[in-house]
Design a protein around this ligand. Sequence first.
Ligand code: NAD
Ligand code: WQD
Length: 338
Amino acid sequence: MNILVTGGMGYIGSHTCIQLIEAGHTPIIFDNLYNSNAKVLDRIQQVTGTAPQFVKGDIRDKDALVKAMTEHKVDSVIHFAGLKAVGESVEKPLEYYDNNVNGTLVLVDAMRASDVHSLVFSSSATVYGDPASVPITEDFPTSATNPYGRSKLMVEECLTDFQKANPDWSITLLRYFNPVGSHQSGLLGEDPNGIPNNLMPFISQVAVGRREALSVFGNDYNTPDGTGVRDYIHVLDLADGHLSALDKVGSTPGLHVYNLGTGNGSSVLDMVKAFEQASGKSVPYTIVERRAGDIAECWADPKKATKELEWTATRTLQDMTEDTWRWQSQNPNGYSDA
Ligand code: NAD
Ligand code: WQD
C-alpha cells in the first residue's frame, strides 16, 4: 500500500516508516521538519536500503496534502504530525490547538477531497486523565488536564463524529502509552530539542555525560517504591501496532480504538536500574518535588489489540534500554552528530 505518513520524520513516525518499508509498503512522508532532522531520510535508507518518498509540507496546507495524496496514489494515512510537549502546551495553547486540532481537520478535509478514507491517528494514554484504577481499558472515561491532552481528546471527538457521519470511513485511534527505545541499528532514535521532558531521553543523556543527574519527580506516590509507574513500550512494538491496525481494520469501515501498551508497569527507579545495567554507566539522581499534573501510575490493558489486531508488544525492558543506549552512545548529540 501507499501510505501517507504525516510526521514521518519524527521519533515514532521514522521507526514506523522502517517497519512499513520492511513489510513491503511505500510510505510517503509528509512533514514540515519543525521537530525533526532531514538526516532521518538517510538513516531510513541505510537501514532498509530504500530511500523513502518525502514531501516537505505542513498539515495545515490542504492543497499540499491533496497534491501529495493524488500524485502518490495514497491508500491510507497514518497521522503522527503534531506538537507533543505537555509543559509547552500550557504556555502556547493556541499553537497546540492549531497544529493538533486544526491540522487534523485540514488533513481529513484533504483526505475527503482525495478520496482516501482510511486513517490511523496517534492518540495517547493522556486521554485517560488520572485513571481511577489500573490497568486501563479502552472504555475508561476520558478527560484532559492540559492543552496537549485536550487537543488529543478533541481530535478523538472530532474524528468520532466525523466517522459517524461518514460510515464508509475506517478511522483508528491508537492510544500510546510511554514510547521508548530506538531502532536496534543505533541509527535512529529519540532526539529531543533542549532539556528532555520525558524520562528515558533524560536518563540516556545523563548516562552519556550530557547532563549531570536525573531529577526524580517525587518518591512519595502510592507505588511500590514511591516513584511514578508507567507502561514503557518499545517504539518498534508501537510501530508494528500501526501495521497490524492497517492490516486488520484499516479497510474495515468503523471507528476502532486500541491501547498500545505492554500491560506492565515500571517505576522511575526501575528504569534507572535497567538503564545502568544496559549501559554499564551510572545514572546519578536526586529526589525532588512531584511534577505538577503527574499521576502515580498508568498502565494499559492491551487485550483488545491482542485479540482484534493480533498484535502484542514483545520487546523487553532490556531491549528498550539497550537499544536506547546504542543510539545515544553512537550519537551523543543526536542527529546533529550525523
Ligand atoms: P515528534 O515530535 O518526534 O514527531 C512529530 C513530527 O511531526 C515531527 O517530525 C514534526 O516536524 C512534525 N510536525 C509537527 N507539526 C507539523 C505540522 N503542522 N505539519 C507537518 N509536520 C508537523 O513526536 P513523536 O514522539 O514521534 O510523536 C508522534 C505522535 O505521537 C504525536 O502526534 C504525539 O502527540 C503522539 N504521541 C507521542 C507520545 C510520545 O511520548 N512520544 C505518546 C503518545 C502520543
Ligand atoms: C515518566 C515518569 C515522571 C522525567 C508524557 C505525557 C504523555 C505522553 C508520554 C504524549 C513520571 C518521571 C520524568 C524526569 C522523572 N506523551 N520523570 N524525571 O509524564 O508519563 O507522559 O509522555 O502523548 O501525554 O504526559 O512521561 O516520560 O515525562 O514521565 O522523574 O526528568 O518519569 O514523573 O513518573 P509521562 P514522562
